[in-house]
Design a protein. Structure first.
Length: 134
């Protein structure tokens, strides 16, 4: 868990404004963001999950991360002192009534949808290969 000022980044053009000790807040992180992780106190994104780039790199650097909030870049302002709790999957904003929580309720449906899509692709692939061998 960490409490630090937030820095909302809309893309690589904003990288120069990022200061050491800030919480990196972005829609999504890509490998281009990796150098910022070395300076970041934490990471918060709108999109992502436990196997996304931001999550993996944050674990490597040992910094808290909450990904897949859906609204972090809308709800958080640059300079706000926010608390990122990577274990609980929450981001606490200034004032006790404001919080950005990881949408845990949506995650099981996403996993089910992903699993069904994978199953359909595998079955389709096997069917196609079987027809070609005849």
């Amino acid at each position: 868990m960490v409490t630090a000022p937030a820095r909302v980044l809309s893309g690589p053009d904003d990288f120069a404004s990022f200061q050491p000790g800030e919480v990196l807040v972005a829609s999504i992180t890509t490998p281009a963001y990796t150098p910022l992780f070395a300076m970041a106190a934490g990471v918060v994104t709108d999109i992502g999950g436990v196997l996304s780039h931001g999550s993996i790199v944050a674990r490597e650097y040992g910094i808290p991360a909450v990904l897949g909030t859906g609204s972090a870049t809308r709800d958080i302002r640059t300079g706000e002192e926010i608390t990122v709790d990577g274990s609980a999957g929450t981001v606490r904003l200034p004032g006790a009534t404001r919080a950005v929580d990881e949408p845990a309720g949506k995650r099981p449906w996403l996993l089910v949808a992903g699993g069904v899509a994978l199953l359909v692709a595998l079955v389709g692939h096997r069917w196609y290969r079987g027809r070609r061998r005849r």
